[in-house]
Structure formats: C-alpha cells, structure tokens
Design a protein around this ligand. Structure first.
Ligand code: UDP
Ligand code: MG
Length: 321
C-alpha cells in the first residue's frame, strides 16, 4: 500500500474529525485554537464537527461558527450514539488525503496536528498516534483506570496496541478506506487501527485540562468500553472459562475419590461446611462463566442484526450540492 498519499489527487488535504456531545463551553475555545493552526498550514482542509445528539447550545454555536468559518462542516447524528459511533460517522464522511481525529475539549492540543502531518509525509507513514506522556491533569482515578485498560488490552489483544494512545491520531486515506470496508460498525478504533498493520509512528504530547465542562465518559461508559474492547478483540476470557472448568474437574475428581474412600472405611463425617463451600464456589464460577459467555453472545447478537450504530440527520456539505 502506498504510504504517502498523493495530495494533488484529493482536493482536500486534511479532514479534522471532532466528535461533539454537549460541548457548548468548549466550542468557542476549540475554534479559537484549531482554526489558526489549520489556516496557517495553508492547504485545503475541512473540519467535520460531528454533533452526537447534543441537547445544549452546541447546535446553535456550531451554526454560528460555520457562518464565519467556511471550512467547518456540520454532521448531525439523529441521537446520542456514543463517542466511537460519532468518530465512525466522521471518518466515513471525511474526504481528506489525511484525517485527524481530535476531542472537542482540547485535552489534545491542535498545535500538534502539523507535526503529525509532517511526520507522516517525511517518513511515509500511514498512521501517526498521539501518545500521552503526561496525564497529570486527569484525575488519579482516570489515570489508574486508563493504565489498567491499556495493560489489559496489550495482554489480551497484542503488544502492537500502543499504550496511552487514545483517539487523537492521523490516518492516511488508505487506512480510512480500509476502516470503511469493515461491515461491523461497532468498532473500537484504538484497537482496530493498530491491528491493521500499516506503517505507523508516534508523536508525544502532554494531555491538557479539559477546556471547559465535565467529562462525557462516566464510569459506566468506561466499563462498557472495556467490556466491548475485550469481547471484540479477544477470546482469552472464553479460554479462561475452559481452563477453569478443567481445573474444577480435576479438583472434583480428587474430592470424589476422597469421599468414596471415607465412605468405604466407614468414617463418614457430617461435612456440612465443605458441602456449602463447594456448592457456593462452583455456583459462582458457573455464573461468572455464563455471564462471560453472555457478553460474547450479546456481541454476536448485535453484529448479526447489523443495525447502523448511528444515523445522519444532516450534513451541511450535502446541502450545498
Ligand atoms: N463524546 C461524544 N459522544 C458521547 C460522549 C463523548 O461525541 O456520547 C465526545 C466528547 O464531546 C469529546 C470526546 O467525545 O469531544 C471525548 O469525550 P470526553 O472528553 O468527555 O472523554 P474523556 O476525555 O473524559 O475520556
Ligand atoms: Mg476529554
């Protein structure tokens, strides 16, 4: 696959995809910081603001911004579909030779984007990850859960998953086209993209404070992301269940032999405690394994239905045609 995409063939050199959910406070700062970076770069670009069903002033603010910023393209989803779905909507519609995805809250600095582009072009890379070297502005809880997530993913999915690389990254057109060709829309991009095997590089940056507002990733969404990440990329939990089953079998056989020996020699004990403990233990193991199996079944269920993860209500680019 050609690494350096011929930008002369595409009229737009760079698409910037920004998933946005109730970011009325961050949007003005975002425009203030992102626009100069892109304007100075001097190549044709588009900014795809994907409004993920915001219920605050975000839609109006975007509209106002667009009237003074012609490169701003608003893609509105029918309802709140989640960060990854909003990202997918943006990637599917991006037209640039390169596409950068960036959060709206400015925790990822837009000033790094030109460095990503330069690195991709000079080194002939298809992917440039933004890697967070310093997360001291995140809460201790966020840092620890993130560290656990990347540790687990690198073990379960593979060590090619770059640690601390979130969804701030640059992709070349061939990568975006490859992503679009996957039928299953429920993708975890930070795991899928490294697994494709395109030549990649990294740019490190300090993760800043949220420009304004609060995180749109409460604990339950983080748990869902982790569960989804595991079930879509790894069968290790299923193998663990098998291993646990095999181990239990061995223990049970030993216990059975012992019980028989005790019975034959006439030394039968009351044994209420051991009975309850064994019963509870195996009951718990069985329920746990069943739950794990259920997670995979749920994923298959969702994939088989092949329902779209998002629906587009509006794309300002299409209105102009
Ligand atoms: N986001 C979204 N849909 C959602 C939740 C979040 O589009 O349902 C966007 C949000 O506006 C932001 C990005 O995804 O641009 C990352 O979210 P956030 O900053 O809240 O996550 P955190 O940085 O705390 O992990
Ligand atoms: Mg954030």
């Amino acid at each position: 696959m050609s690494a350096v995409y011929d930008t002369r063939r595409a009229s737009i050199a760079l698409s910037v995809v920004v998933p946005i959910f109730n970011e009325e406070e961050s949007l003005p700062v975002l425009a203030e910081r992102l626009r100069p970076v892109l304007d100075v770069y001097g190549e044709p670009y588009e900014v795809l603001a994907v409004d993920d069903g915001s219920t605050d002033q975000t839609p109006h603010l975007l509209e106002d911004l667009r009237s003074v910023w012609p490169q701003l393209r608003i893609v509105t989803l029918r309802r709140n579909s989640g960060h990854q779905a909003a990202l997918a909507a943006g990637l599917h519609r991006a037209r640039g030779a390169y596409t950068v995805s960036i959060d709206a809250d400015l925790q990822d600095p837009p000033e790094v984007i030109p460095d990503m582009l330069t690195l991709a072009r000079t080194d002939g890379l298809d992917i440039v990850y933004g890697v967070r070297t310093d997360r001291s502005t995140d809460t201790g809880f966020k840092r620890r859960t993130a560290a656990a997530y990347y540790w687990l993913m690198r073990r379960m999915v593979g060590s090619f998953v770059p640690a601390q690389a979130g969804d701030f990254r640059l992709l070349s057109r061939p990568v975006v086209d490859a992503l679009k060709s996957f039928p299953d829309q429920r993708q975890i991009y930070r795991l899928l993209i490294p697994s494709l095997g395109f030549p990649s590089g990294q740019i490190t940056y300090r993760r800043g404070e949220r420009a304004a507002g609060t995180t749109k990733y409460p604990l339950h969404k983080m748990i869902l992301l982790a569960l989804d990440s595991i079930t879509s990329f790894s069968v290790i939990p299923l193998r663990l269940a098998t291993a646990m089953g095999a181990l239990s079998l061995v223990v049970c056989l030993a216990f059975l032999t012992w019980t028989l020996v005790v019975y034959v020699t006439g030394n039968t004990l009351p044994g209420w405690t051991s009975l309850i403990v064994t019963l509870l233990f195996f009951g718990a193991v069985q329920l746990f394994c069943l739950g794990m199996l259920g997670e995979y079944v749920a994923r298959i269920y969702n994939s088989v239905q092949a329902r779209p993860t998002y629906l587009i209500a509006r794309d300002t680019e299409e209105e102009q045609q």
